[in-house]
Unconditional design. Structure first.
Length: 219
């Protein structure tokens, strides 16, 4: 059992560290279909509890050996998996690098476990976990089943479940021509998540009553 100082960020999500993820794939089956792009936005929180994007990591990914590639999915995303200009890396290299950044940011905020945030989170988490298992990485900082789904949050707070419509309702610019790129969709999803969390605070849903540092249990 270890103790760490709880920051305002860690208090907001009871020690969880939300990381916004989007994955572009070559199909709908996480066990058989390739992951082609992965992006993740790391968040930060100021002294007033306002959440924002700190930075985003983006990876073009090589299809794993034996991966299925559905042509309809490739046509939809416009991704050519074998274009050498993509500079694609393996799932293992992409996840190893991302986990390193997440653990560093998570530790700085006194959080003990990362939580995947995504639009239709079950889909992204399924592919994310499948890629992690294939990669054989043991130090996965993400919670095995907890997620924050912006589809549900946007439906509750904005009356919209489609990402583009929810962003527009929130006053976040959304270009449909740029959509279905992991980098673009991740940052719009991250902006939407921050908007909802920050709006809830302004409405009194999360008053900052005690900002003094406390200890949290990392066990």
């Amino acid at each position: 059992m270890s103790k760490s100082v709880a920051t305002l960020f860690s208090k907001r999500f009871r020690g969880y560290f939300p990381v916004v993820i989007d994955i572009e794939t070559a199909g709908f089956n996480s066990a058989t279909d390739a992951v082609l792009e992965l992006a993740a936005s790391i968040l930060s929180m100021d002294d007033q509890g306002v959440l924002s994007i700190a930075h985003t990591h983006h990876y073009n990914i090589e299809p794993f050996e034996g991966a299925n590639l559905e042509q309809a999915s490739l046509d939809f995303t416009g991704i050519d998996p074998y274009n050498p200009l993509r500079g694609a890396v393996s799932e293992k290299d992409a996840l190893h690098d991302l986990f390193k950044h997440v653990r560093k940011a998570m530790k700085a905020q006194g959080c003990h476990r990362a939580v995947l945030v995504a639009h239709n989170a079950a889909f992204d988490q399924g592919f994310f976990k499948a890629a992690t298992v294939r990669s054989g990485l043991k130090r996965d900082p993400f919670h095995p089943f907890v997620t924050f789904d912006t589809t549900t949050l946007a439906g509750l707070s904005l009356g919209q479940t489609v990402l583009a419509n929810a962003c527009k309702k929130a006053g976040i610019a959304f270009d449909n021509k740029e959509a279905h790129s992991a980098l673009y969709d991740t940052e719009r999803t991250a902006e939407l998540f921050c908007y909802i969390v920050n709006k809830w605070q302004t409405l009194g849903g999360w008053p900052i009553a005690d900002t003094a540092d406390t200890e949290i249990d990392d066990s």
